[in-house]
Design a protein around this ligand. Structure first.
Ligand SMILES: Cc1ncc(COP(=O)(O)O)c(C=O)c1O
Length: 458
């Protein structure tokens, strides 16, 4: 794609950049990968090698695909008009995007801007804590999170982190965060769960924790609608209805982390909308502007919002929080255009159709290979859990799982795998192609995975 000699930038990267989630020893004898250009579903590295991106930018982000001139133009126009002003003031794109976003989220009323998924989650956590202080003498402050879920990289969000390998060596963590069990039905036997009504059972485990802790101490429950990096765990039947019921019963605010599922990934605007849930907080980041600008949003109800303005004589009675870059206008300008593209190009419909197609093709791989234990997903968001054999369900060795990822990469197809997340269970291949994916793109991904599996199948 590109003709320039990039050896100088590769050398600069190698000498000076500390890559995310990367052990750098290997780069003493090899170059790190650099991604130079992208168009549609494809990217090119520094050697000119083309890849079909099955992950939307490595971490399920570039939902509308690369090279969108309309978004670049909208951001350019906004930046030369007004690039920034602190979020204590409003801006045109901030107001317009909030209005548009809320049309997709019935029952929710207010948008708080920040610039990363972790930060948006922190905002909700802080609101829960402040509500506890304002209403419950500080007592109802505990935040429940679920085993295998991930909510971000800061110490606060790691305190709500259900992935032991993400957390290891970064403690001590903040107090007042309490784990509840995961809801992966495929592993139900290992949890000692009954065979019948697993969804209800898994939700009841949350109730047990609430009762153990004391309902008057539990302020919120924070869950991913579908656990992403913890194994693409789609919720079992009956789970969400029961979860909602439990939250209502104990006045526990429901915080749904849509950082991955938000803005189209599963074929509805938000993942929670697949399950008929009505949350109190929704956080989102990655797909909001498809990575064309940094933006995250914490969205909540008027009921929550009103608690922060009910006593204007009290100088402490408002949300005393700021995100400097939450005032960047590029984010909402890009997000508005991103949403317009999803609507105009019918990308939710495409996500449903191509998601079904992708799951069907993955099920063919499940029939073909004993090492494919389970295929899970919703829309263009899927996981394939690899095992030594279907009967034992023993997780496939992580090196072999990464072997499949590597084999796909050699063929020019980028896929992912759960990685340094849950000890012993980093065995799920992950997929999140852009919402523009075609059947041909899916076929190319499936062919590469098929080939990769054939190399590691025992
Ligand atoms: C579900 C979920 N929540 C939160 C985050 C954190 O987002 P960020 O990296 O933008 O802080 C992530 C990132 O992968 C995520 O997957």
């Amino acid at each position: 794609m590109h003709d320039n000699d990039l050896s100088a930038v590769v050398a600069a990267d190698k000498a000076h950049v500390w890559h995310h989630l990367t052990q750098h020893k290997a780069f003493e004898n090899a170059d790190p990968r650099m991604i130079i250009e992208g168009k549609g579903m494809r990217v090119w590295d520094q050697t000119g090698k083309e890849y079909l991106d099955g992950l939307s930018g490595g971490v399920w982000t570039v939902n509308v695909g690369y090279g969108r001139e309309e978004i670049a133009k909208a951001v350019y126009d906004q930046l030369i008009k007004l690039n920034y002003f602190a979020g204590a003031a409003g801006t045109i794109p901030g107001a317009l995007f909030a209005e548009k976003l809320l049309t997709k989220m019935p029952g929710l009323d207010r948008v708080y801007y920040a610039n990363s998924g972790s930060e948006a989650n922190e905002k909700a956590f802080k609101m829960v804590r402040q509500i506890a202080h304002k209403r419950y003498g500080g007592k109802k402050h505990k935040i429940l999170y679920r085993d295998r879920d991930y909510h971000g990289t800061t110490i606060g969000t790691l305190s709500a982190g259900g992935q032991q390998q993400r957390n290891a060596q970064y403690g001590p963590f903040a107090p007042g965060f309490v784990a509840v069990p995961h809801c992966l039905e495929y592993r139900a036997a290992e949890q000692g769960a009954p065979v019948e009504n697993y969804g209800e059972w898994a939700a009841e485990q949350i109730e047990k924790v609430i009762l153990q802790e004391g309902p008057d101490t539990v302020g919120a429950l924070c869950l991913e609608p579908i656990t992403a990096g913890g194994g693409v765990i789609t919720p079992p039947k009956g789970y969400w209805d029961k979860v909602q019921e439990i939250c209502k019963k104990y006045s526990v605010l429901l915080h749904i982390d849509e950082v991955v599922c938000g803005v189209g990934r599963t074929g509805t605007w938000f993942g929670y909308q697949q399950y008929g849930v009505q949350p109190d907080f929704v956080t989102m980041a990655k797909g909001v502007a498809s990575g064309y600008a940094a933006i995250s949003c914490m969205v909540t109800t008027d009921a929550v919002f009103d608690m922060f303005k009910d006593d204007s004589d009290d100088p402490m009675n408002y949300f005393r929080d700021i995100s400097t870059f939450g005032g960047c206008t590029a984010g909402p300008a890009a997000a508005l255009e991103n949403m317009r593209i999803i609507e105009d190009e019918g990308l939710l419909e495409n996500t449903v159709a191509m998601g079904d197609y992708m799951m069907g093709r993955f099920d063919e791989l499940k029939d073909k290979y004993d090492i494919v234990g389970e295929t899970r997903g919703k829309g263009l968001f899927a996981g394939i859990e690899l095992v030594t054999d279907k009967a034992s369900r023993t997780p496939l060795d992580e090196k072999l799982v990464m072997g499949v990822v590597g084999s796909c990469g050699t063929e020019g197809v980028m896929i992912g795998a759960t990685n340094r997340s849950v000890p012993g269970y980093n065995n799920t291949l992950t997929f999140s192609p852009a919402l523009i994916a075609t059947k041909d793109d899916i076929d190319q991904i499936v062919a590469a995975v098929d080939n990769g599996l054939s190399k590691v199948a025992l």
